[in-house]
Design a protein around this ligand. Structure first.
Ligand code: ES4
Ligand code: ZN
Length: 325
């Protein structure tokens, strides 16, 4: 059987982690104190008691307000550096991390404060033998005008970004709402991905829009695609990566999309395993590999293929991929 030592030693790429979702209770408390913010809890246990959610909306209602403690560039640096240290210790070799600028600019934090802090952590983490890049997400429950302004703010720094994504509340917020912003980002040379989520009533239509209209190169979650053979063919032919997050899915269903992942893996689709919001969903990437491997009795070959897929779906150069594969 697959052991925790195996999943943590396995060389892998993390392609679906929200950096704000790596904010651990102890850092949250430390930043609250440093920035003189009353978050209403005094210790780790009290913070963890607020982590009470069983669907996307109830999760996001805890998640976004908690970001108040992130105020200064150094706060964003500390957040990202702590994550990268932990990832490096679990043999994550490459990270493409999401960040949500609008979650910060909407409460008066400058875009540059966020970007500079995260970028500086990425540069310093190279000394830990981990390379990382940033994917800027649009908040899909904000307007497309807000996304447009965010992209305008970001474009002068496009060399510090690898791509754009789409996250937050999917309900009634289809990918098509941001078609123009995705097209502009692609024209600027950025890669494209989008959350096409778990068990949303329109998930197949959202997946279709993301693939056929937006032209995403990856789908975040998106494993509901197994319901539609034509779309499975499409991702197969076009080598679209699907980033599945078992422990995040487990909050919605104990099956954590294991059957879907195995079906896609058997069909040769580039599905891979990631952590989403590890500080909130009970585990980092090695824990996510372990969770699905143990519950579904995966073979070593299947686990290795998932890790290979993570490098293949990443946005590193062919030459760099060859070093990992
Ligand atoms: C997220 Cl689990 C999830 N879904 C959608 N958007 C998100 N942002 C951070 N975590
Ligand atoms: Zn996510």
């Amino acid at each position: 059987p697959i052991t925790r030592e195996f999943t943590s030693g396995l060389p892998k790429a993390e392609l679906h982690v929200h950096i704000e979702g790596t904010l651990e209770p102890d850092l949250k408390l430390k930043l609250a104190q440093r920035n003189h913010i009353d978050i209403g809890q005094q210790n780790v246990e009290e913070v963890q008691k607020t982590y009470d959610y069983d669907d996307l909306a109830s999760f996001l209602a805890v998640y976004y307000p908690a970001m108040d403690v992130l105020q200064k560039e150094q706060d964003f640096y500390d957040l990202a550096f702590a994550y990268l240290q932990r990832a490096a210790a679990n043999n994550v070799r490459h990270v493409e991390m999401f960040f949500d600028p609008q979650a910060h600019t909407s409460r008066g934090i400058a875009f540059e404060t966020v970007l500079h802090g995260l970028h500086r952590a990425i540069v310093d983490a190279r000394a830990l033998n981990i390379d990382a890049a940033l994917i800027m997400c649009f908040l899909r429950d904000f307007t497309s005008e807000s996304a447009r302004q965010t992209l305008i703010e970001a474009l002068p720094y496009k060399d510090q970004l690898v791509g754009v994504g789409l996250d937050s509340d999917e309900h009634n917020n289809p990918p098509l709402k941001f078609a123009r912003q995705f097209a502009d980002a692609a024209a600027a040379g950025l890669h494209l991905t989008a959350h096409a989520d778990i068990d949303q009533k329109d998930s197949i239509e959202h997946i279709r829009q993301a693939l056929e209209i937006i032209g995403v190169e990856r789908l975040d979650h998106g494993t509901n695609i197994v319901e539609d053979p034509d779309l499975v063919d499409f991702v197969s032919k076009n080598q679209i990566g699907l980033t599945s997050c078992p422990l995040s899915n487990a909050f919605i269903s104990p099956e954590m999309k294991g059957k879907e992942v195995l079906e896609l893996l058997a069909k040769g689709v580039k599905v891979s395993i990631h952590s989403d919001d590890p500080a909130y969903f009970g585990g980092y990437i090695a824990d996510n590999y372990y969770a699905i491997a143990s519950k579904f009795d995966l073979t070593k070959e299947q686990v290795v293929q998932l890790a290979k897929n993570s490098f293949e779906s990443s946005w590193i150069s062919k030459e760099q991929k060859a070093l990992y594969l």
